[in-house]
Write a protein that binds this ligand. Structure first.
Ligand SMILES: Nc1ncnc2c1ncn2[C@@H]1O[C@H](COP(=O)(O)OP(=O)(O)O)[C@@H](O)[C@H]1O
Ligand code: SF4
Ligand SMILES: [Mg+2]
Length: 328
């Protein structure tokens, strides 16, 4: 097996608050193969953004790392100084387009000034070098180069999103992490953003993408592998087709059908929502964390926590209904 681009093992991280500990990432193993688009899905509050911060070694109070190792492109990134992470990891090995990126751009600066600030954190490039870098990338991605001389508010939501993604990959990071990139966009704009990301991988600008969303069906168009997160834990993972066409965990099933999709057969099933809400991670339920919402709950689920058990080389699920099974 080739070495994955990113391997995270036994990751645990909590927000330390006066009220107690919010265990937002609680024993996560995750692998991002080279040349892949990995989707991470789960409802809001399940710990997706926190997991991303851990994967980027971006851990600041009140978030505290409790355990774990991360190997990213051959480099152990937890336990090195923040300064080293800034120089050797961010922008170079991995770039993130954060959840709030659409609104977080400084409104008083033109895009090109923001690009210069970002690039100079990594290399002492001249203005001219940065402009040519930008121009080449925009041409590769069929984006109008004059948008870099605009202020963020002068661009439409979709264009702003694509520009942000393009400029976060100027230094060709191996991994691009995008946190809920499409949720604020209409369906046709979403498609353009997804297509651009797929093109970037095809062109070799990046190796792999970690795509985070609360809408599982969005991943269907792009992902090669899927991880499902619930209440701080991974509850199911596998190749995308396998997870889409044969979801095993009751939460994955509910997530699949919780959003209206354009396919007529899914539409016919109607809008099925998941009753209840994800639990508080200050005091998660005993046993299986999904048990208060699960239609298949059994006695054992209320007492013991199901482990994430591999059912094949590539597929795993944390649910007592499926332990002992094997799937292809
Ligand atoms: N800065 C913070 N301080 C305290 N708790 C936080 C903070 N950020 C997130 N949380 C809590 O951590 C849990 C996971 O949140 P988050 O990682 O943002 O989930 P998601 O991205 O899946 O919506 C939630 O219970 C959230 O309330
Ligand atoms: S372990 Fe039990 S409660 Fe949890 S998802 Fe499976 S059946 Fe439902
Ligand atoms: Mg989030």
């Amino acid at each position: 097996m080739p070495e994955p681009l990113l391997l995270g093992l036994d990751l645990r991280a909590s927000y330390r608050l006066r009220l107690g500990e919010v265990k937002a990432v609680d024993g996560v193993d995750i692998e991002i193969p080279r040349d892949s688009i990995v989707g991470l899905a789960g409802e809001s509050g399940c710990g997706k953004s926190t997991l991303i911060n851990v994967l980027l070694a971006n851990i600041r109070p009140p978030l505290v790392l409790k355990s774990g190792r991360i190997l990213l492109d051959g480099l152990e990134i937890l336990g090195i100084s923040r300064e080293e992470v800034r120089k050797k990891v961010w922008g170079v090995k991995v770039s993130i387009v954060p959840q709030s990126a659409l609104n977080a751009l400084n409104p008083t600066k033109r895009i090109i000034e923001l690009v210069k600030d970002a690039i100079r954190q990594h290399t002492p490039a001249s203005d001219q070098e940065i402009i040519s870098l930008c121009k080449r990338r925009f041409e590769e991605l069929n984006l109008p180069f004059d948008s870099v001389y605009k202020y963020p508010h002068e661009l439409s939501g979709g264009m702003r999103q694509r520009v942000i993604i393009a400029i976060s990959t100027l230094l060709n990071p191996r991994l691009l992490v995008v946190d809920e990139p499409t949720s604020a966009l209409d369906v046709s704009t979403q498609k353009q953003v997804l297509k651009m990301m797929v093109d970037m991988k095809k062109e070799g600008i990046i190796d792999s993408i970690l795509f985070v969303t609360h809408e599982l069906p969005v991943l269907r168009q792009v992902a090669s592998h899927i991880y499902i997160m619930y209440a701080g834990k991974i509850v199911e993972y596998g190749p995308a087709d396998s997870v889409f066409f044969r979801p095993l965990h009751p939460y994955t099933k509910a997530l699949m059908y919780s959003v209206m999709t354009p396919e007529p057969e899914s539409r016919a099933r109607g809008l099925v929502t998941i009753p209840g809400e994800p639990p508080s991670l200050l005091m998660p339920p005993q046993g299986c964390r999904f048990h208060p919402r699960c239609p298949y709950v059994m006695d054992v689920c209320k007492k013991s926590e199901p482990r994430l058990v591999p059912l094949s080389d590539e597929r795993g699920v944390a649910c007592f209904l499926h332990h002992g099974e094997s799937v292809n």
